[in-house]
Design a binder for this molecule. Structure first.
Ligand code: ADP
Length: 397
């Protein structure tokens, strides 16, 4: 079956067409600047990227363009829409309602709407994507795959905040975690790479991209993760602060004479390694160049970022009463030997020993710890689209 995977943001829409039998990517692309001006790029399976500036006033038009690209007589990869057997949608927040992927019906749509106040920027955009696909492909089964679902196995002691319990009961204020599809895919793949039983491993997954999170996966179940009610908690990220004392918000508001929205904007868009570097960049390629050239801001940003990751790994080893393997994934995790090295050098107390030559790997699956290392360290490129296609296939075949 051919499965269309849709990842719909407020002004962008990423898509991939995946053959569920061979798991080959038949075509992929991105609609950008939806509602602004509009641009689409499309890469057929083995062809070159085609980019077109074109008006995309809304997500319905974006879906139309996706279908046009996929079925184009010259550069398309399918003859007609009828070849698409199912659509898998990435949904950011499933609240406590969704513990796994589900086939989309009106009740599911209503439930996604109900938890939208937990992800006001993301869930409404995801729903627009679902509606647009339903309109363009009536009768084609669709599946919702939630970023939060994998983390729903966290025990209460890991997901509760130390705030009045009534706030949890009334508003469901708790830790949810995100990047779940990635943490699930990578932890399973790590077990396969090591030839071990997934249900018997203690794994820590470090998803280090622009957004970054760590998870603890014990015996095949997530027991803790670093993001919380929103993706702002936890690690220091590209531009997000991660953990801070909540009082910092009021303090900056008073000192800078700004309102809550502006203070939140600082924590989401001006902080992280970008802010720490002295506004040099949020991109680790730039930061690494600066680090190697001796730039103080870049050194500060990378060291502080790595310290926080190492601290989380230490605490998750405590949460699981040990750790068998540590996985690095996403843009920085897959491509950043420097960052992996600095983090692992802090983990000698756990018996982690990195193999500096093996660690030079970029974007490929590899064990990067020495044979003597008590904890295996792995680079495992994530593949959220494939994980979404697998769930969709499972529920629709
Ligand atoms: P997201 O999906 O959250 O946008 P990604 O997983 O794509 O993030 O990661 C993006 C980040 O990965 C970039 O900001 C960049 O810092 C980092 N990155 C990509 N390639 C490299 C590389 N070769 N070396 C170091 N960092 C890299």
């Amino acid at each position: 079956m051919k499965i269309l995977v849709i990842n719909c943001g407020s002004s962008s829409l990423k898509f991939q067409l995946i053959d569920s039998e061979t798991e080959a990517v038949l075509g992929k692309g991105l609609c950008e600047r939806i509602g602004i001006d509009g641009r689409i790029n499309f890469t057929p399976g083995d062809g070159d990227k085609i980019t077109k500036d074109t008006s995309i006033p809304d997500h319905n038009k974006a879906i139309e363009l996706v279908i046009e690209a996929l079925t184009d007589a010259n550069t398309g990869v399918i003859k007609s829409l009828e070849e698409i057997g199912a659509v898998g949608h990435r949904i950011v927040h499933g609240g406590e309602k969704f513990t796994k992927s589900v086939v989309i019906d009106e009740d599911v749509i209503k439930a996604i709407e109900e938890v939208s106040d937990l992800a006001p920027l993301h869930n409404p955009a995801n729903l627009i994507g679902i509606r647009a696909c339903q309109k363009a492909m009536p009768g084609v089964p669709m599946v919702a795959v939630f970023d939060t679902a994998f983390h729903q196995t966290m025990p209460e002691e890991a997901f509760l905040y130390g705030i009045p319990y009534t706030l949890y009961e009334k508003y469901k204020i708790r830790r949810y975690g995100f990047h779940g599809t990635s943490h699930s895919y990578v932890s399973k793949r790590a077990a396969e790479m090591l030839g071990k039983d997934y249900s018997e491993l203690k794994t820590i997954v470090c998803h280090l991209g622009n957004g970054a999170s760590v998870s603890a996966v014990k015996n095949g179940k997530c027991v803790d993760t670093s993001m919380g009610l929103t993706p702002l908690e936890g690690l220091i990220m590209g531009t997000r602060s991660g953990d801070i004392d909540p009082s910092v918000v009021e303090f900056i508001m008073k000192k800078e004479g700004i309102d809550v929205a502006e203070a939140e904007n600082i924590l989401n868009k001006k902080s992280g390694v970008y802010g720490l570097s002295g506004d040099v960049s949020s991109d680790f390629r730039d930061l690494e160049d600066g680090y190697n050239a001796g730039d103080k801001g870049c050194i500060r940003a990378i060291n502080t970022f790595c310290y926080r990751v190492a601290k989380y790994i230490g605490s998750y080893a405590a949460a699981m009463d040990g750790v068998d393997c540590i996985c690095f994934t996403a843009g920085v995790g897959e491509n950043g030997p420097l960052v992996r090295n600095i983090i692992c050098e802090r983990l000698g107390f756990l018996g982690v020993e990195i193999d500096k030559d093996a660690n030079e790997v970029h974007g490929k699956e590899k064990v990067v710890s020495t044979d003597a290392s008590k904890v295996k360290v792995l680079v495992v490129p994530t593949n959220e689209e494939l994980a979404i296609a697998r769930d969709t296939n499972e529920l629709c075949k």
